[in-house]
Design a protein around this ligand. Structure first.
Ligand SMILES: Cc1cc2nc3c(=O)[nH]c(=O)nc-3n(C[C@H](O)[C@H](O)[C@H](O)COP(=O)(O)O)c2cc1C
Length: 172
């Protein structure tokens, strides 16, 4: 499928079937993260793939994950991330989000549903997964087989700001 069609097909899924994600599919999703770019190729990122009942229960203490069978906690290592020298902006969150987006779209291509989650209690995740101070959980990518209707691929006319508002050419 063309990239743009995969991107249009993707939507946030908040209802999942009681069906595990096959190991080969998980491997492909993780490979999509592995090949993602990061600032200066510093790769200040770590993924925690959670599938066990016990692990998913730990994630659920930080946020509801809609009974999905797989959650990938995407962490940024702020000790390793690139820092722009002019204003000290650090790339960790950006890098973590690029990996998340690669995985999300790969999962879509594999016929899986996803929802990107930031509304979680970071301190709970830190405690449950024994994260060191340097590692910040930035995103959780929730993945599984959708129990939701497919999204209308023409919904962007109403669900996104118009192109004219999104883009300006040459000047703001
Ligand atoms: C950075 C980010 C954080 C998000 N956090 C959450 C979240 O915590 N919970 C949730 O249900 N959806 C979350 N979403 C999903 C958005 O609400 C959703 O992508 C947006 O409403 C557009 O809908 P669509 O994904 O169906 O196209 C998040 C998305 C992004 C990109």
């Amino acid at each position: 499928m063309d990239f743009i069609n995969i991107a249009k097909q993707r939507h946030s899924v908040r209802s999942y079937k009681n069906q595990k994600v096959e190991p080969e599919k998980l491997e492909q999703i993780l490979e999509a993260a592995h090949v993602a770019p990061t600032a200066a190729n510093l790769q200040p990122v770590h993924l925690i793939a959670v599938q066990s009942e016990e692990g998913l229960a730990k994630v659920s203490k930080a946020v509801g994950i809609y009974n999905a069978p797989l959650a990938i906690i995407v962490c940024a290592d702020h000790n390793k991330a690139w820092v722009r020298p002019f204003d000290q902006k650090q790339s960790g969150d950006i890098d973590a989000s690029i990996l998340t987006d690669h995985m999300m779209l790969q999962a879509t291509e594999l016929g899986l549903g996803t929802v990107w989650v930031c509304y979680f209690k970071p301190d709970v995740l830190r405690e449950e997964f024994n994260l060191p101070d340097s590692l910040e959980p930035v995103n959780i990518l929730v993945i599984g087989y959708s129990d939701d209707d497919p999204a209308d691929t023409n919904r962007f006319d109403t669900q996104r700001i118009p192109m004219s508002q999104l883009v300006s050419y040459e000047n703001l």
